[in-house]
Write a protein that binds this ligand. Structure first.
Ligand SMILES: C[S@@+](CC[C@H](N)C(=O)[O-])C[C@H]1O[C@@H](n2cnc3c(N)ncnc32)[C@H](O)[C@@H]1O
Length: 577
């Protein structure tokens, strides 16, 4: 079987599985319309935030758009830290940005390790009929496609869209002037996703004219020959001027002679103003379907280009360029038109200057929709010499939030006469990622003391008959835990500290034990298969210890408990085949 692998993939996979130790703290002060809004702006590393969103937004998001760092060698690629991502997050967001230089030997793997767990978590948030659009350029294009095939499934690939991001050629390009970027679209389940048709643009509508004052209204005309040779459909058509016209060589007419005569009678064939041209069929604006089928090439005239996006953002900020390379609002609006209905939830977890939020508000204004957005953005520091920094925007979240405030106000003021505009949701609630104060020390200690054990068996759990000793954790001479597993995935522990042996069973992520009324004493934080290995991640569940085993007034036991804190263990049971 074909598998896409890179160094660190397993760890990245585990990272997606480990519960977040962070929490989201509300920040009413920098929010807008806190009491009424349903939109969210979350400041923080998106890996932790995506984990925290799982509880409330699992299977609820209709569309995700992301525009991650492209790994150009100059852009910022966040490095997760498996041991303590929150401390790492705090450290990183207090430093000036760090790029991922191409000279770094881990250049591509760094990027893949960053993207992989995030895409996995993002997929969980999608509704069954939801989709994700991902912008990318040539640096990681092929890698992105491969991880998306793995995370979403090859069969859920919907389309690669080519966006014309530049119109003028770059004449000093070494090989080609790169004028496009890619946008990949994957569905959670392609069978359940149905895309909307696109409304016709004014430019498209203007192609429909009424040259003969037809009572059915404006029309455009199309070729009536097709590239096949069907003897019966090759016949002469008489023009009003008296010419007889045959289909070109190698082609036939699209319809039979009889059908064509009906069309002529119904004034649906156009021979040109002088009645002497090659016949064409009339297509009436009033009869085209409710919209247009999207094509995979998105031209700048319709969805904007990099420069227009930068200019528009600059205008919003009194002519100050605060953010490099925002996407055009029209580009994301087109994705929203294709993939969302009026009440859907839209997520962007690399939200930068909040273009997605702007596009959501814009479209809601146009179609009186109630789509809600969730923006996630790292408080990445701005450079001290940048216009952003000098204008008081010390990190990108400050820019992102202000963009939403200004864009919302502008949309409302420019459309103040539109019916229902007063109901447009231009607010947002701000939340900031923070440590879960009560637990952070405990969790950090747990992770600090984690150890990895390779299992002393060449069998997989299913093949094990009865109990089998699979590991001995021997952190110091007088503390020992032995771990057993049987063929139903029951785990058994025995430690020589304060307990006798005790039988346990994995139930909903916890190890339940029947010993001494203790309901759980180990937490399973991951139980999965990876290649040929079965891995069980276990954390001692101290809450259960204190609740069930150690009455508060039992001094001796409390001493034992504090000792156990020191010996917190995380166990990876790697079955080596
Ligand atoms: C290419 S920009 C997105 C631009 C956006 N589409 C727009 O139109 O403004 C990518 C953004 O992702 C942010 N980012 C990078 N790593 C992140 C992480 N781990 N969590 C959240 N945001 C991150 C960067 O700070 C940057 O602002």
């Amino acid at each position: 079987m074909y598998e896409f692998n890179w160094e660190g993939k397993e760890l990245a996979y585990k990272l997606a599985q480990t519960p977040s130790i962070g929490t989201l703290r509300p920040d009413k002060e920098s929010s807008k319309n806190w009491d009424d809004t349903e939109n969210l702006y979350i400041e923080g590393d998106n890996l932790e935030v995506l984990k925290l969103l799982q509880k409330s937004y699992f299977g609820k998001v209709k569309m995700i758009y992301i525009d991650p760092p492209y790994n150009t060698g100059k852009d910022f690629v966040y490095h997760d830290n498996f041991r303590d991502n929150i401390a790492n997050y705090k450290e990183i967001t207090n430093q000036t940005t760090r790029a991922n230089p191409e000279t770094n030997g881990r250049y591509h793997t760094d990027w893949l390790n960053m993207m992989y767990p995030r895409l996995k978590l993002a997929r969980n948030l999608l509704r069954e009929d939801g989709v994700i659009f991902i912008s990318i350029d040539d640096n990681e294009n092929s890698n992105l496609r491969k991880i998306c095939d793995e995370v979403f499934g090859e069969s859920n690939y919907v389309q690669e869209i080519i966006w014309q991001k530049k119109f003028s050629p770059q004449n000093d390009a070494k090989y080609f002037s790169l004028n496009h970027e890619n946008i990949y679209c994957y569905a959670k389940s392609k069978d359940l996703f149905s895309r909307n048709l696109l409304p016709m643009t004014d430019e498209q509508k203007s192609r429909y004219k009424n040259l003969d004052n037809d009572s059915r209204g404006p029309w455009t005309s199309g070729d009536i020959s097709v590239s096949r040779v069907t003897e019966k459909d090759i016949y002469g058509i008489k023009t009003p001027s008296g010419r007889e016209i045959y289909p070109p060589n190698g082609r036939s007419w699209r319809v039979s002679e009889e059908k064509l005569n009906d069309l002529i009678k119904d004034n649906r064939i156009w021979f040109g103003e002088n009645g002497d041209n090659v016949p064409r069929i009339k297509r009436f604006l009033s009869e085209v379907q409710n919209g247009i089928v999207p094509i995979s090439l998105w031209y700048h005239e319709e969805v904007g280009h990099t420069q227009s996006a930068a200019q528009n953002l600059k205008k919003l900020f009194n002519d100050k360029a605060l953010f490099d390379y925002p996407k055009p609002v029209e580009l994301i609006k087109k994705e929203l038109l294709l993939a969302t209905d009026k009440n859907d939830i839209v997520l962007d977890f690399f939200s930068g200057a909040s273009t997605t939020a702007h596009a959501v508000m814009q479209l809601n204004m146009e179609d009186i929709g109630k789509r809600k957005f969730i923006m996630v953005q790292l408080p990445e520091l701005t450079y001290e010499k940048s216009d952003a920094y000098k204008s008081g925007y010390k990190n990108i979240c400050e820019i992102g939030k202000e963009r939403i405030r200004r864009a919302g106000d502008k949309i409302v003021s420019e459309n103040k006469d539109k019916e229902g505009i007063e109901n447009l949701d231009i607010g947002f609630k701000v939340f900031k990622l923070d440590c879960n104060k009560g637990d952070s020390k405990m969790y950090n200690e747990k992770l600090m003391n984690s150890i990895t054990i390779e299992i002393l068996t060449d069998k997989k759990p299913k093949e094990l008959k009865g109990k089998k000793k699979i590991a001995t954790i021997n952190k110091d001479i007088d503390y020992k835990v032995q771990v057993f597993i049987d063929d139903d995935y029951n785990l058994y522990y025995q430690d020589n500290h304060a307990f006798a042996s005790c039988e346990s069973k994995i139930v909903h992520n916890k190890v339940e034990t029947s010993w001494n009324s203790c309901k759980c004493w180990f937490k399973i934080i991951g139980l999965y298969e990876c290649k040929n290995a079965h891995i069980v991640d276990i954390l001692r569940d101290l809450d259960s210890y204190s609740e069930h085993l150690y009455p508060k007034n039992n001094v001796a036991d409390n001493m034992a408990l504090s000792r156990l804190y020191e010996h917190m263990v995380k166990v990876y049971l790697n079955f080596i085949s």
